[in-house]
Write a protein that binds this ligand. Sequence first.
Ligand SMILES: C[S@@+](CC[C@H](N)C(=O)[O-])C[C@H]1O[C@@H](n2cnc3c(N)ncnc32)[C@H](O)[C@@H]1O
Length: 254
Amino acid sequence: MPIRLPLSLARCCRLACASLPRHGFHTAASHCKARTGAEHLWLTRHLKDPFVKAARVESYRCRSAFKLLEMDTRHRILRPGLRVLDCGAAPGAWSQVAVQRVNAAGTDPSSPVGFVLGVDLLHIAPLGGATFLCPADVTDPRTWQRIRELLPGGRADVILSDMAPNATGIRGLDHDRLIGLCLLLLDVAPNVLCPGGTFLCKTWAGSQSHRLQKRLTEEFQGTRTLKPEASRKESSEVYLLATQYRRAEGPGRA
Ligand SMILES: C[S@@+](CC[C@H](N)C(=O)[O-])C[C@H]1O[C@@H](n2cnc3c(N)ncnc32)[C@H](O)[C@@H]1O
């Protein structure tokens, strides 16, 4: 089951996450000083988390970088020269990983240069090698028009989604909303994702997961369920990786 934080705690989480590279832990803790016992417990666990520490050491904006690093190392999702659309990109850790792996900043002159476009409802601080479209809502058709204008050739080779709607605390509703976002990405994929392309999305396991799984199986040649080390064991969070997209044009919504 997803870890559902009360809204104030979710805010605290975002602060802690976003403050990693710039301010360190003391600032994050002081933001949350006058908060409840549950929030204090969460913050204590967060600060002890080895992935949080590693993110700080390696200058990643968030611990989630290690999820993508692991999945990419095992499954070779990102390669130099690929165009990546990173949905739900704030604060930008997955985009950092994507920029490195597709050589979007051109740091390796002997490899093809890729492209990374991150989209989020929230502001994302600039990152060398990445283009950010924010604030932007993937449920708004105008966002997809801009995405296609910004992507070289109007298409991505890889769509990543680590999107998560604000948790309401109602498990079924949160699950339905996340599945809805993933299905929406599949609806627009015919107009955005290249034939043979890759799709990686976060989901919370639940009653509607089969709908997403069915679409992926129909529309891609291969699908896998991944649970990277950095994804907390007690969370129902899993990632679905679908490869070799079969569709190119179609009645998409973008
Ligand atoms: C877990 S965070 C992503 C972390 C990111 N992968 C990273 O590594 O920095 C989930 C993000 O999804 C975004 N999100 C949720 N719904 C969205 C929507 N409809 N359109 C765009 N972004 C959305 C949230 O604003 C939030 O920043």
